[in-house]
Ligand binder design. Sequence first.
Ligand code: FAD
Length: 596
Amino acid sequence: MAALPAAGLGSLSSPVRAQPKPELMRVWPGGKGWPSETEWQELARSVEGRLTKLHSSLDVCRTAPAGPACRELFRELKNPYFIGDDPSLTQTTGWLDAWETQTSAYVVAAQSTADVVAAVNFAREKKLRLVVRGGAHSYLGTSNAYHSLMIWTRHMADIVLHDAFVPSGCADKAPEPAASIGPGAIWMHTYDAVTTRGGRYVQGGGCGTVGVAGLVQGGGFGSYSKNFGTAAGNLLEAEVVTADGAVRIANACTNSDLFWALKGGGGGTFGVVTRLTLRTHALPPFFGFASVVIDARSDDSFRKLVRRFLDFYAERLVNPNWGEIANVRPHRRLDIQMSFQGLTAEEAQALWQPFLQWVSAAPQEFDVVKAPAIRAVPARHRWDPQFLKRNAPGAIRSDDRPGASDANIFWAANVSEAGHFIEDFQSLWLPAALLSEPQRDRLTTALLAAAQHSTVELHFQKGLFGGSEQAIRDARDTATNPAMIDAFALAIVASEAPPAYAGMSGHLPDLERGRRNAAAVRAAFACLFAEVKPRGACYVAESEYFLLDWQDAYWGPNYPRLRAVKQKYDPDSVFFVRHGVGSEGWSDDGFSRFKD
Ligand SMILES: Cc1cc2nc3c(=O)[nH]c(=O)nc-3n(C[C@H](O)[C@H](O)[C@H](O)COP(=O)(O)OP(=O)(O)OC[C@H]3O[C@@H](n4cnc5c(N)ncnc54)[C@H](O)[C@@H]3O)c2cc1C
């Protein structure tokens, strides 16, 4: 087994850096060049009053950590709608030894493309640090920064369905059904509009409160991506405000280089996306779920169980019908939580029988601790808030604030991620070769070794091997690392804690626990990483903060082309995110550039 990587994929190839000198490129409050009150007021006028000086809602906890207002705030940190509505908070509260929520100096709560143009022009002219915030779910903390001007898109959330959309300037393209979505829309509301009310399907992510614009640009996947492709692969057109303040249409026929870069090249990098048009698909009749939790009674039995499941997956499930997760857990537990489309419940049940019968035939080896459940719902009700409240109340939580929209639901399964503090998060695409018969034993050994340390989540829908032809064809034409096409799953090993903030008495991160858990995550991840050397890859939306060779991991051979697009549309890096395209040579906070 390879030596333990100290920090993620890149740790195997640490570059040696000369001693560069930082040159300040942006201004901060009180510093030379910071806009005067009059200038801020001019911006406020040009955005019709939608500019606010931002104060952190966390201040109540800094002044009175045990007070009722702070208690209430921490209760609300378990409600992602509350967080989404507060531009001083983030859905991830921080990452151990990496970042914590930072409050912008000012926020433009944009309601129109014109507001975005005004904010981008102001930031460029005044040399401000600019951040763009959508659903605020960035693991890497790229939608918050101290002393910045934030463009907040939350209120630009209209969703319009088209029966026959033709991208602008693409007259020779066949019209297709599509949905045009505002950049502040989140997936739960988008699915509700497109599926519940519109009777169509749009490919987004699993977590309902993630932003549409952030996920598309991050190259995101959802439960049914093996059939419908990546979110980025379904983008037909975007409206973008670029660093020069121009409003550009980007599609296959107009600004096609920018269009390609937006498809997985990372958010907050090429401009502010002010509208996305995504292809919609005919709804399958049903969406379904298959779950079972099995404990093995000995190490030998656990090896047999994991190997048998991999055989079963490779023979029966690696196809466009199936996605979601198998967790290989410590203490010899296999926890399967999968999703399907394109099958009836009866067909899915029949499909799983050989595996389930094999397990139940050996009670001396296996305990079924959660009985198999294989169900389907009519597809139109998959995200229908009223249906879910009536028929699956345990699966959802609701935004409980007075006056909250009935449509504000979220998955109970995502509660632990609301306001979470990340102790560590590692991800890696597992190439299909590892699933092939000759290598399946090696994969089993690696999974078992990893699960000695921490749970390995196999997210099958986040690799396109076995996917539909269209999913693969569209994904090839995105900026995401093509390694995803040959991956049968994305392996994730992660550890998280409840909301916590450094320096906030009573709510401090537990550093000792965090470092212990992070070490376990690294140890587990090393067992997997050893199997895919010399190169590992993952996608930007779900990746590790400390990656060193992030360019190669996120984008592989696409990186030079992405750099060229960045240079063309934003040569002065008005848009900056850490580990974003073109961020080389910048300090992590985006204020200084290093000159050799
Ligand atoms: C609980 C949770 C569940 C998740 N589930 C999934 C999943 O099922 N599948 C998956 O693939 N990923 C998933 N992710 C990862 C998610 O896709 C990314 O974190 C995504 O980038 C979040 O987008 P956002 O708009 O919510 O976040 P933000 O933090 O607001 O944005 C993310 C990045 O995009 C930029 N951005 C946002 N809006 C715009 C815009 N209009 N124009 C330009 N840049 C913009 C931001 O500046 C930032 O850099 C999940 C993350 C979390 C925390």
